[in-house]
Every structure is written in structure tokens, then in C-alpha cells.
Design a protein around this ligand. Structure first.
Ligand SMILES: [Zn+2]
Length: 301
């Protein structure tokens, strides 16, 4: 119960290889909707190479996750520490500065839609250079944003109230890989954008060095990350839905997470330990260059 079997979200094939499994968190401090004891297979399509969860949470379970207010006020991170995302507003807004600077280099102004805007951290980081609004499915998140000055629409993308070609920029920060149908969502984004408009995506890179070394211990895996892209698979998704890839950046250096020397040492030590240990030990990866992708593409036709 709570799971559904799916075909490949890109090519429709039902033939896949299981790479490894990720585990639900049984931690009793987790919100109820986020707690569980199941293992979820991370699979790779044998025809096109797309990586995704299968079976994955069904719609009922996804609704329970995103409509749980505790998601924003009391979760447990990979290290087992208690987190209150709502209370981390300042640091989370500051964290988006790097993304905003990157966007400014591509498009310095215009009408922008932030799809899956969460608690509005990216909107806040944007400042007043853009005419920005947000779309968010989570009712508790929308409630928490009341009192802020942003225009927020409560809707589950790809549903939205906008007309065709209304936006210069559509941004999805750590969102596309959470959506049940990323290809359909990219078609919807294509329609929302003006010709020559830009889509900005922040995504986990499952082809990164760290993802390859750590497997199930890659810290950016999650039960609600339904898809895991690579530079190649996201390029294919974008081209199929009418976009031309402009650039892929790998945010790490210059961010608060960058400790290159320490992280390189840990990766080498862990790699060695996991290779020589006989009991298939899993270790938790550090942040590292290549783990996150920031993708810009433009609407072609
Ligand atoms: Zn496929």
C-alpha cells in the first residue's frame, strides 16, 4: 500500500535494472507521513538509461508527504539531526544567492515563475530585479508564506492558472525530480515561456563522482526524489520538449558547502574502506563538486 509500479518516464520501457535500494526512515522523530520501514529500489531503464524509483510512492502517499506541515518545521536530516526549515529562513535565502547570480548572468530581468517555491526562499533571494511569483502545492507552505509580499498560487504543477507564453523565466529548484511526470511538466513549462524564454533547473546529478562512489550512501537520494537525472538524460528531456540546453553548472566552489580538501580526503578514505570491506558497508557522502547540477535551457520553437 502506498506504492505504484511505473514505466520509464522518458521512453516508456518497462525493462530496467535495479542499481541499489534506499530505505525509508524509521526514526520516530520524523513526521508520520515521512516515516517507514520499506526499501525502495533505485532502477535504471535498460533502453534509455533514465534512473528512477520503482515502485515509488503513489499519489496518496505523495499528498500525505507534501501536505504534512511538519515537513517544514520538524524533520530529521541524513546525519540524524533535527531540522526546522522554516526557522532556517535567513540561511536558506542566503544559500540561493549563488543561483540568483547565475540566473542574472543568463537573464537579468523579466517575468519569472518559481514552480514548487516551497517557503519562498528563492523568491526572497531574487530581490526586486524580477517580476516574480510562485506556485506551490503544499497548503501548509502556502499558509506559512502569508504575510510575505510574494504572489503565491496554490496549485499542483503542471496545473496552473496562467496563459500561454506569459513568462520570460520559469525556475524549478530541486523540484523537477520530485514530480511524477517530468516530461509532461517540461512541455507545460515550454508552453508557459515566451519564445527564447529560459527554464532554470536545480537537480541532483546521479552520474557524479560521489554518486558513483557511494551508491545508496549518496546523501542527495530521497524517497520523494522520484527521478535522478544525469547531464545526458536531462539534455534529452529538454530537447524532446522543445528546449535547447544553454549550460550546466555544478555549484560547489564558492558555496557554504565547499570544503574541497576535507571532502576529497573523506571520499578517498570512504572509497577505500567500502572497496576493501567485505560487509558491503554504506557510508554517507559529503557534499562535493558535481553532485548538484544547475541547468539553463531556452525555448526553441
Ligand atoms: Zn527509458
Amino acid at each position: 500500500m502506498g506504492f505504484e509500479q511505473v514505466a520509464c518516464g522518458f521512453c516508456g520501457s518497462q525493462v530496467y535494472t535495479t542499481l541499489f535500494e534506499i530505505h525509508e526512515s524509521p526514526d520516530e522523530r520524523q513526521p508520520l507521513a515521512w516515516r517507514g520501514t520499506s526499501s525502495i529500489p533505485v532502477v535504471q531503464c535498460r533502453r534509455c538509461g533514465l534512473v528512477f524509483l520503482n515502485p515509488r510512492y503513489d499519489d496518496e502517499r505523495l499528498s500525505a508527504l507534501y501536505q504534512d506541515p511538519q515537513m517544514f518545521t520538524g524533520t530529521i536530516d541524513p546525519e540524524g539531526r533535527r531540522r526546522n526549515i522554516a526557522a532556517e529562513r535567513q540561511i536558506r535565502v542566503a544559500r540561493f544567492k549563488d543561483d540568483v547570480d547565475a540566473l542574472k548572468r543568463i537573464r537579468s530581468h523579466g517575468r519569472l515563475l518559481d514552480v514548487g517555491c516551497g517557503l519562498g526562499f528563492f523568491l526572497e533571494a531574487l530581490g526586486d530585479k524580477y517580476e516574480a511569483s510562485g506556485l506551490e502545492w503544499s497548503h501548509p507552505a502556502v499558509e506559512m508564506m502569508k504575510g510575505l509580499s510574494f504572489t503565491i498560487i496554490e496549485e499542483r504543477f503542471p496545473r496552473h492558472p496562467f496563459g500561454k507564453s506569459e513568462f520570460d523565466i520559469v525556475a524549478l529548484n530541486n523540484v523537477l525530480d520530485h514530480l511524477p511526470d517530468p516530461l509532461g511538466s517540461l512541455y507545460a513549462i515550454h508552453e508557459l515561456l515566451k519564445l527564447g524564454g529560459v527554464v532554470m533547473l536545480s537537480l541532483v546529478n546521479i552520474d557524479s563522482v560521489v554518486a558513483r562512489v557511494y551508491g545508496a550512501g549518496f546523501r542527495l537520494l530521497g524517497v520523494n526524489h522520484l527521478y535522478y537525472f544525469t547531464p545526458l538524460t536531462i539534455k534529452r528531456f529538454l530537447e524532446k520538449s522543445g528546449f535547447r540546453l544553454l549550460k550546466i553548472e555544478y555549484p560547489y566552489f564558492g558555496t557554504e558547502f565547499a570544503k574541497p580538501l576535507e571532502h576529497t580526503k573523506k571520499i578517498l578514505a570512504d572509497w577505500w574502506a567500502m572497496r576493501v570491506s567485505r560487509k558491503k558497508e554504506t557510508r554517507l557522502s559529503p557534499p562535493f563538486y558535481g553532485s548538484m547540477m544547475r541547468v539553463f535551457a531556452t525555448r526553441m520553437n
